[in-house]
Design a protein around this ligand. Structure first.
Ligand SMILES: C[S@@+](CC[C@H](N)C(=O)[O-])C[C@H]1O[C@@H](n2cnc3c(N)ncnc32)[C@H](O)[C@@H]1O
Length: 217
């Protein structure tokens, strides 16, 4: 993707905070934002999954995909373009998409895994579990790290209950990647584990993705 477009300057308007001006400037100069608009994606995040899929071959026609932390629906749109069946969950509502069976709920609620399993056709297992969930940060480094890891772990233990043999699990993690004990467990359950930062993930962001493929079942 070309990053050489002339930059749009944004003046600080009266009443607009500097942080908002920075956000606006970044949006206007971000080639992924323009590209998302062009292709009808709901956000630039769509490109992160698209790039990981292009690199690692995650999504194939007819697959069943569970998308955790799906709002506003960019990853769902990418999976739908690949003709996957999608079950999605988020704390926030999403605009309906025809290929997506959506539930609005907190994944950390005890009932969430069973609700998702009920949405699967009887006895069906899943090809790919995606998690782009990130809890809101509070600015206390250790607490934030623990909260993020709790979400990743919950998504992982759910994934290994519902995945088909050879299935894949993708989860957003932050600096430092997954914790050793979790990685060790993952290595026992999957043939390959990678930490990747797709080009669409902003350089200044500590986010990266953990991609586990070849579930041993
Ligand atoms: C970065 S956004 C996801 C973007 C999405 N992949 C896309 O392409 O449109 C992260 C989402 O995770 C959701 N989230 C965070 N914690 C969650 C939780 N415990 N349960 C459900 N959703 C959660 C947030 O509401 C937010 O919509």
């Amino acid at each position: 993707m070309s990053r050489n477009k002339p930059k749009t300057k944004v003046r600080t308007a009266k009443g607009r905070k500097n942080s908002s001006t920075r956000w606006l400037k970044r949006q206007l100069n971000d080639p992924y934002v323009a590209e998302a608009e062009k292709h009808g994606y709901r956000g630039r995040a769509a490109f992160k999954l698209k790039e990981m899929d292009e690199k690692l071959g995650l999504l194939k026609s007819g697959m069943t995909v569970i998308d955790l932390g799906a709002a506003p629906g960019g990853w769902c749109q990418v999976a739908a373009k690949k003709k996957c069946k999608i079950i999605a969950l988020d704390l926030l509502e999403i605009e309906p998409l025809p290929e997506v069976d959506f539930i609005q709920m907190d994944f950390m609620e005890d009932a969430a895994p069973d609700k998702l399993k009920e949405m699967l056709e009887e006895g069906n297992l899943v090809d790919v579990v995606l998690s782009d969930m990130a809890p809101n940060t509070i600015g206390h480094k250790q607490t934030d790290h623990l909260r993020i890891m709790a979400v990743v772990e919950a998504a992982y233990y759910f994934a290994i209950e519902v995945l088909k043999p050879e299935g894949a699990f993708v989860a957003k993690v932050f600096q430092g990647g997954a914790q050793d004990t979790l990685l060790k467990d993952m290595k026992n359950n999957f043939k390959t584990i990678k930490h990747i930062k797709p080009p669409a993930s902003r350089k200044e962001s500590a986010e990266q993705y953990l991609v586990a493929q070849g579930f041993k079942g």
